[in-house]
Design a protein around this ligand. Structure first.
Ligand SMILES: [Cu+2]
Length: 132
C-alpha cells in the first residue's frame, strides 16, 4: 500500500509538471479551407475559459482578403447529458489584414468552431473545433 501511494504521488506530480509546462507564452493558431479560401484563426494567448480575442485571416491564392462583407465567428457545444446546448457568436471587425473580435467559452471541453464568410455575394463556411 505504501509503495502504491508513493507511485501515485509521483505520477500526480508528473502530471502536474506536464500541465504546468504547457508553454503558456505561445498562442493558438489553426488553419483550414472554406471553399477556395484559406482561413486561419488565432489568438495571441492560449485559449481560455472566458473571453478570448480571436483574429481571423482569410486569403485566396496567397493574397489577403480584406473586403469581406461579413465575417462571423460561432462556437458551440452540443447538448450533453445534464448540460444544455451552449453557444457564443460574434461578428468580427476588420483589423489590418484580418478580422478580430471576442469569443467566450463558458466552460472547458470540446467546442465546435464555425466561421461564416460573405464576400462578393458568395457564402463560405469554415468548420473546426478546439479543446479547452
Ligand atoms: Cu458540454
Amino acid at each position: 500500500m505504501k509503495n502504491f501511494l508513493k507511485l501515485a504521488s509521483i505520477l500526480t506530480l508528473g502530471l502536474f509538471f506536464v500541465a504546468c509546462n504547457d508553454t503558456p507564452s505561445e498562442g493558438f493558431t489553426k488553419t483550414g479551407k472554406a471553399g477556395d479560401l484559406s482561413v486561419t484563426y488565432s489568438s495571441a494567448k492560449p485559449l481560455v475559459v472566458g473571453d478570448n480575442t480571436i483574429d481571423v485571416k482569410i486569403s485566396k491564392d496567397g493574397k489577403a482578403i480584406t473586403d469581406a462583407t461579413k465575417v462571423e465567428l460561432k462556437v458551440f457545444m452540443p447538448e450533453m447529458p445534464g448540460m444544455p446546448y451552449m453557444e457564443n457568436t460574434n461578428l468580427l471587425a476588420p483589423k489590418g489584414e484580418s478580422y478580430s473580435g471576442n469569443i467566450n467559452f463558458s466552460m472547458g471541453g470540446t467546442w465546435q468552431v464555425k466561421i461564416f464568410i460573405e464576400k462578393d455575394g458568395k457564402k463560405y463556411k469554415y468548420s473546426s473545433s478546439v479543446i479547452l
